[in-house]
Design a binder for this molecule. Structure first.
Ligand code: FES
Length: 162
């Protein structure tokens, strides 16, 4: 699936063209993360061909773009589920039961962290700080953040998604 052709939609091409006007020519590489994000949102995940397309647009080394994409946990280099469930396992959340929450999700979804269900509905992952540490344990589903979770409350959120 990494060989599939990738092209930005007309709408995204226009969005990117306007975004690039914010960057002086010598600082275009600063647009790498936003462009990778646009590519991922368009495609659902980030195939290597999308990374190469972004690198070409920014005239940067495709290998560097690939390494950057791989570094960030927000980018998915292989197909992912419709719902990406991320449970924060950084220390503040861990101290509030983040680990137990991840175990409960793993049991409920029948997935180990890092796995995607066969029906492509769910991807489960343990994640780093999601930026709401005072209200741990914290988890997210796609772009939605949930705080002060209990196993029961998160289970009900997840079962409403199905
Ligand atoms: Fe969990 Fe920051 S440590 S959100």
């Amino acid at each position: 699936y990494d060989k599939m052709k990738f092209e930005f939609t007309k709408e995204n091409q226009a969005r990117i063209a306007s975004m690039l006007t914010w960057y002086p020519a010598e600082e275009r590489r600063g647009a790498l993360l936003p462009l990778l994000d646009i590519a991922q949102r368009q495609h659902g995940w980030l195939p290597i061909t999308a990374v190469v397309a972004v690198a070409e647009l920014l005239q940067i080394d495709p290998m560097k773009a690939y390494e950057t994409a791989k570094y960030y946990t927000m980018f998915y280099m292989k197909p992912r589920g419709k719902f990406v469930v991320s449970v924060c396992t950084s220390t503040p959340c861990y101290l509030h039961g983040g680990d137990e929450l991840l175990k409960a999700c793993s049991k409920m979804l029948r997935l180990q962290p890092g796995e995607t269900s066969k029906d492509m509905q769910f991807t489960l992952k343990g994640d780093y700080c999601l930026g709401a540490c005072v209200n741990g344990p914290v988890a997210s589903v796609n772009d939605d953040l949930y705080e002060d979770l209990t196993e029961v409350s998160f289970e009900s959120i997840l079962s409403d998604l199905k």
